[in-house]
Design a protein around this ligand. Structure first.
Ligand SMILES: Cc1cc2nc3c(=O)[nH]c(=O)nc-3n(C[C@H](O)[C@H](O)[C@H](O)COP(=O)(O)OP(=O)(O)OC[C@H]3O[C@@H](n4cnc5c(N)ncnc54)[C@H](O)[C@@H]3O)c2cc1C
Length: 493
């Protein structure tokens, strides 16, 4: 035990690898971002690829599985690995190469989206696909093949990856691109940490001519109308995102607000050097210039119940419909993209039970009926999502894909002791509605899917391909997470 405590920088000697005792000082509680589940496990934070190999060898020696973890921003159990080893990659966060002429950048997997945009923005570049929070890592983004508010026109993050080094649990490193090891390229991106570990990622950034976007906001009254607007604007807008008031029923069901943004063309911004500076992108620390945003969640907490949230949603719709409807503003890239970072730790509002997100992706032909049926099921069950977010998507070429040519609807549900059983039952009912509509799901957001539902939307052939690659890349079946156990169990071996 004492000798084990010296394994702080991962220079494990082969002697130590053969020692049977497990390092109790490495035991930590690892929590899902949605706070509805947490597990104890042995956490290692290597800083080099050699350090990762040593942890793989150590785990194998002790008969343990290894779960890869970036910033732990997946809502559910995707980066948990209870009672086994968690390989936390956040210390591998160096920017390795940057070419401001071509916009090509190479980074380590623990580099966050925040580090990335802050590094490149002053040179007139932006990250082509960003998530609603900037606190994710590039390794985690590739693990899930994340999408942004521009998924319908820019595809997922994988579409902007040029090349990566992929360290297999066997100790072998494969360099993958569309030309080299291409099958692995399209599978490693999206395979939720089951095949190997990204250790170096090279991406193409997007040229921008201003630090600002032109943003239009308008309200819509039904699911049909929001779908119509998205369809009409998709060739004109660079980003589209909708908010839905999930408490609205009957004729008002599906009412919400759309934000549509476009990049400025060269010459449209009189002072791009200014607007591209980091300080003009950063989100403000205070609200109205006085109230520290770090305490904001405490003000929301008292209204985080059905009654309070119904009022808040209705007030937001009313304000959007009267003050904000048809308004055009110029907003920074970061300000538009990272809306969910405005109120730090807002998820604490959902304590103690936490939250889950239920996001379904449905083809355009069936989307309106499917989302209406989902909302009706929520109202019948008396469990209403506090937040609903609407996006447009396109299909992609990666092995484990959540996207469809259609729309997604992401629903944030509070989890309480009282509603948990009924909420999981509601998710089962919504799964059926989504499958009947030809829809898909997304492991980054998932907490409730069953093996049957996962197989139904991914298909047997895709799963067989994943299992075969897993046998090739990870013959000892070292890589595992709680999500993979829940959905695929022994079949992944
Ligand atoms: C507030 C909020 C907003 C979000 N908005 C969006 C959004 O707009 N669009 C979207 O697509 N997602 C969104 N997400 C989900 C989030 O982008 C994904 O869950 C993402 O994978 C999180 O990255 P992470 O670094 O935290 O990875 P983790 O959650 O730690 O891990 C994600 C997966 O990647 C694997 N992994 C991690 N590192 C590596 C590596 N180096 N090599 C191989 N596999 C690895 C893990 O095993 C796990 O399966 C949001 C999440 C939050 C909390």
């Amino acid at each position: 035990m004492n000798t084990e405590t010296q394994i702080s920088d991962f220079n494990l000697s082969s002697d130590l690898l053969t020692l049977p005792p497990l390092p109790l000082d490495r035991l930590e509680k690892v929590e899902a971002w949605g706070m509805n589940t947490a597990k104890m496990g042995y956490v290692y934070r290597p800083t080099t690829a050699e350090g990762i190999t040593e942890v793989f060898a150590f785990a194998k020696n002790h008969g343990l599985k290894v779960g890869l973890r970036g910033a732990g921003r997946s809502y559910g159990d995707a980066s948990l690995n209870g009672e086994h080893v968690t390989l936390d990659l956040t210390r591998m966060n160096r920017i390795l190469e940057w070419n401001p002429k071509t916009g090509v950048i190479s980074v380590e997997p623990g580099t966050t989206l925040r580090q990335l945009w802050q590094y490149i923005v002053g040179d007139g570049w932006w990250v082509p696909v960003v998530t609603g929070t900037m606190y994710v890592t590039l390794g985690g983004m590739l693990g899930m093949n994340t999408h942004g508010k521009n998924n319908y026109c820019s595809g997922p993050i994988g579409d902007h990856v040029l090349e990566f080094d992929f360290l297999l649990p066997t100790g072998e490193t494969k360099t993958c691109s569309r030309e080299q090891n291409s099958e692995l390229f399209y599978a490693a991106i999206s395979s939720f940490g089951m095949l190997g570990c990204f250790t170096r990622i090279t991406l193409q950034m997007k040229k921008v001519y201003s630090g600002l976007l032109e943003v239009d906001a308008y309200t819509t009254q039904t699911f049909g109308e929001i779908i119509e607007k998205f369809a009409a604007q998709r060739d004109k807008a660079d980003y589209l995102v909708g908010w839905i008031d999930c408490f609205a029923k009957g004729e008002k069901m599906g009412r919400g607000q759309v934000h549509e943004a476009r990049y400025l063309k060269p010459g449209e911004d009189p002072n791009p050097e200014q607007t591209l500076r980091i300080e003009n992108q950063e989100l403000p620390d205070t609200l109205f210039g006085v109230l520290p945003k770090s305490v904001m969640w405490r003000f929301i907490k008292p209204v985080s119940n059905n009654f309070g949230m119904k009022l808040l949603n209705a007030a937001k719709f009313f304000a959007s419909n009267t003050l904000g409807n048809g308004k055009t503003i110029r907003q920074s890239h970061a300000g538009f993209a990272f809306l969910l970072d405005y109120v730090p730790n807002w998820k604490w509002v959902y304590k103690p039970g936490g939250l889950i997100q239920y996001q379904s992706f449905v083809p355009e032909e069936t989307a309106e009926a499917c989302f209406t049926a989902q909302m009706e099921a929520c109202h019948r069950a008396g469990i209403i999502p506090y937040l609903g977010v609407f996006k447009r998507h396109r299909e992609d070429d990666f092995l484990i894909s959540h996207a469809v040519k259609g729309y997604s609807f992401a629903l944030d549900f509070p989890v309480t002791k009282r509603n948990k059983v009924a909420l999981w039952k509601l998710c089962r009912e919504m799964d059926r509605i989504v499958l009947d509509a030809g829809g898909r799901f997304y492991f980054a957001k998932d907490s409730t899917l069953t093996p049957e539902v996962a197989e139904a939307y991914l298909g047997k052939a895709t799963l067989e391909k994943l299992f075969a690659l897993k046998r090739d890349c990870d013959p000892d079946n070292l890589l595992m997470t709680d999500l993979a156990r829940r959905l695929f169990g022994e079949r992944l071996c």
